[in-house]
Write a protein that binds this ligand. Structure first.
Ligand SMILES: Cc1ncc(COP(=O)(O)O)c(C=O)c1O
Length: 397
């Protein structure tokens, strides 16, 4: 069998490989503390479940419009207009099977082979994969560690822009770092976008996963509504990762092309699940807020525990469900400068399973600091505390 050449360009989400390794370790009878995957161990709110069940019983089992049912497009437009303070209508929304499809479809719509695309690195690995798969040139930009968290390395970002740069991928409330840009960073980014005639994918997968303060989108900057496509997802806020429901939101001209791609790819997003989304957005938010309260408690337990380990320092993000501790000193104290050696040794010694910097894009040659990522969305507080105690022993022994 000969597999098509283009498949050589396709990357993957290597966090799933870490999951497989943890599962193999667990199958041998070991206890695993799962910090590797950004999945949630909460049930989906009953409003969503009831809405989807009712739709199945009501016979919503046939094809539906490729752009999504109008009730959901309207509900998402209203939700985003309210949370972002800008005006979107159903015409600006195309429903997707989750957040992820927006990445490839945005790139397919706006990038020609040879175009350069700026993307965050460390960042969600699918950006790099999809840019390269469609023949683009993936140009990484980085964040720098500050006293209060992580900030865009703006000068470095600007320096990478050439006359071939066409797109910018921006994941504010960032996976894996939990980084959040200030309004002044948004202002500078928006200026850059206009100056260089760029289009932006605003990956807002974590826009609603916030414990303090307010999420502010790049689209609130002047003209950015015309320049940005928002990646919107039900996965995280409604604990619906396996349901697959999300949307691309942006200028009608782009949204219409993405709906055409939907026709070619999947015809439509699962019909009855869309009614679950409508019910979730319209219904009582008590269960959604309870998920956030619980995540906040988990965040505090893990951040406090990590900061109590010699050679580890960790900033406390106000959003997402990830932490990105700097473990440079701890890894060196153990003589484990190599990322994978450190990760595997921790897994085998303690059962604590996490991703590291290598799972979030190709590292730059001059990187000296060592970071790992803990997701606390799929593990209860007691287990977090137990896993962190073992991880502390591992790091300090
Ligand atoms: C930054 C980012 N974007 C997009 C996604 C994809 O979300 P979904 O599961 O809704 O496809 C994820 C999932 O973890 C993510 O972390």
């Amino acid at each position: 069998m000969v597999i098509a050449k283009r498949i050589d360009l396709l990357g993957t989400e290597t966090a799933f490989a870490v999951s497989a390794e943890a599962a193999t370790f667990a199958a041998k009878g070991n206890v695993v503390f799962p910090f590797h995957l950004g999945d949630l161990n909460y049930p989906t709110p009953s409003t969503v479940v009831d809405g989807a069940f009712k739709a199945v019983k009501d016979g919503k089992n046939g094809y539906c419009p490729s752009g999504g049912i109008s009730e959901l497009r309207e509900a998402i437009a209203a939700d985003v207009s309210a949370s972002h303070g800008v005006e979107y209508t159903a015409e600006n929304v195309v429903v997707q099977s989750g957040g992820k499809p927006t990445i490839g479809k945005f790139i397919m719509t706006l990038m020609n082979p040879g175009d350069e695309v700026l993307y965050p690195n460390p960042g969600y690995p699918i950006y790099e994969s999809q840019i390269e798969f469609y023949g683009g040139v993936a140009i990484p930009y980085a964040y720098v560690e500050t006293e209060t968290g992580f900030a865009l390395d703006f000068d470095a970002l600007e320096a990478t822009i050439t006359d071939k740069t066409r797109l910018l991928i921006f994941n504010d409330l960032q996976n894996p770092m939990g980084a959040e840009s200030s309004v002044s960073e948004h202002e500078k980014l928006a200026e850059l976008v206009l100056e260089h005639d760029l289009y932006v994918l605003c990956d807002e997968a974590y826009f609603d996963m916030r414990y303090a303060g307010t999420s502010i989108s790049l689209v609130t900057q002047p003209v950015m509504v015309e320049r940005c496509v928002i990646l919107y997802t039900f996965s995280k806020k409604f604990a619906m990762t396996g349901w697959r429901l999300g949307a691309s939101i942006g200028p009608k001209e782009i949204v219409d092309v993405i709906a055409k791609i939907n026709i070619n790819d999947e015809s439509c997003t699962t019909h009855f699940i869309q009614y679950g989304g409508v019910a979730g957005l319209a219904g009582d938010q008590t269960e959604v807020l309870a998920i956030l309260d619980s995540l906040e408690e988990r965040r505090d337990v893990i951040v406090d525990a990590l900061n109590g380990i010699e050679g580890v320092s960790c900033f406390r993000p106000n959003a997402t469900f990830y932490v990105w501790p700097n473990v440079t000193e701890a890894a060196r104290n153990k003589g484990m400068d190599d990322y994978e050696v450190f990760r595997r040794a921790a897994l085998h010694a303690t059962g604590v399973s996490f991703c590291n910097r290598l799972h979030f894009g190709r590292p730059a040659p001059d990187e000296t600091e060592r970071y790992i990522r803990f997701a606390y969305s799929g593990i209860d507080v007691d287990q977090i505390a137990e896993g962190m105690a073992l991880f502390k022993d591992f790091c300090e022994s």
